[in-house]
Design a protein around this ligand. Structure first.
Ligand code: MG
Length: 359
């Protein structure tokens, strides 16, 4: 079979002649021959496979420079490269979805204080952290104040100072007043500061790449709770007697569950179940999930490290949170439940209730 004209080749490859001319100029798909007299481009039939691959990759949204790289690879390596590209696209989309929903919540929210029928809300809270029954030191940090609720689970040689530094950096949010509309910027700044603080502490450790911390925090604005979450500590919401986990673990096993490669039961006993995909620390992906929750009177929030959620069945957690009225007593009971299960890890809990303020 002889060479194909650009028109025939375009039809067969589903690329336009204009696109083919561009790809030629970019060196992405060079014609087999260019007629020296007319300047017409001619293509070999064997080039169709490559042209179709380029067309599909364009449809995926892959940048031209990356397509050029992929089209020079063997099939297996090309497949690997496309997989990596797509994983990145999905991660970027997830991060943008997160940000979009935060902004939508933030901008569509109406201040209930404007209504004369609603009473102002406040929170009452308690925090407790325990070494557990196996570990020699406690690398968790738990904190509860009038505005900030936070749990951090440190790991590695400087785990304890890392978790403490992350929460210390957020404590600034307790004292600063929060101008309306400034919440997102404020949280982002605070997370940046937490990152720097953790790097500062972990950098002095004997093996800095091994040290870091999770960070899961909620900021009370007077009518909403803004959530910031990195790692595998969790937040649960008890509302009308039902318990909802409102954070997503940033762990390798959770991502395998999401992809359908592992069941929830298999994940629970997986030897690498504590391997984090996101954390604050050297070399770690520290991008936070951020969400806004409208406060409802009677809501109870639990922030906890994996030392609780890994060993105490969710139904036991729900029962303790439903039955015990005072936050101080609830955190003590939750830690006692973890210790009753052998507490192989440090365990931290923060419990906060949304309630009407006494006037
Ligand atoms: Mg832990």
């Amino acid at each position: 079979m002889g060479l194909l004209t650009i028109g025939t080749f375009a039809k067969a490859s589903r690329l336009s002649p204009k696109a083919l001319r561009l790809y030629d100029e970019l060196g992405l798909l060079t014609p087999a021959r260019v007629d020296p007299v007319t300047g017409y481009r001619l293509y070999a039939p064997e080039q169709l496979d490559q042209a179709r691959l380029v067309a599909w990759l364009r449809r995926l949204g892959m940048p031209l420079a990356r397509i050029q790289h992929v089209s020079m690879l063997e099939s297996a390596a090309a497949a690997q490269e496309i997989r990596a590209f797509w994983a990145q696209v999905e991660a970027d989309t997830a991060a943008r979805r997160n940000l979009a929903s935060f902004l939508i919540d933030h901008l569509s929210w109406k201040d209930p204080a404007m209504s004369s029928t609603t009473k102002p809300l406040g929170i009452r809270y308690a925090a407790l952290s325990d070494t557990g029954l196996v570990r020699e030191t406690n690398q968790d940090t738990a904190y509860a104040g009038s505005r900030l609720l936070a749990v951090a689970d440190g790991y590695g040689s400087a785990g304890a100072p890392a978790s403490a530094a992350a929460i210390d950096a957020l404590k600034r949010l307790e004292t600063d007043s929060i101008p309306a509309g400034d919440l997102l910027n404020l949280l982002e700044d605070a997370i940046e500061q937490a990152k720097h603080a953790v790097h500062g502490v972990a950098g002095t450790a004997s093996s800095p790449e091994q040290a870091g911390t999770t960070l899961t925090a909620m900021l009370w604005t007077g009518s909403q709770l803004a959530l910031v979450h990195i790692g595998d500590s969790r937040v649960y919401l008890l509302r009308d007697g039902a318990l909802f986990q409102i954070t997503h673990d940033h762990t390798m096993v959770q991502s395998m569950v999401d992809e359908g490669r592992l069941t929830q039961e298999e994940a629970a006993s997986h030897p690498q179940r504590s391997l984090l995909l996101r954390a604050l620390g050297q070399g770690a992906d520290g991008s936070p999930d951020m969400r806004l929750h409208d406060a409802q009177q009677g809501d109870r929030y639990l922030l906890c490290s994996d030392g609780l959620s890994t060993v105490v069945p969710t139904d036991e957690i729900r029962r303790a949170l439903s039955e015990i009225r005072e936050p101080e007593q609830a955190v003590r009971e939750l830690i006692a439940l973890a210790n009753g299960c052998g507490s192989p890890d440090n365990v931290s809990c923060v419990v906060a209730d949304v309630m009407e303020l006494q006037q």
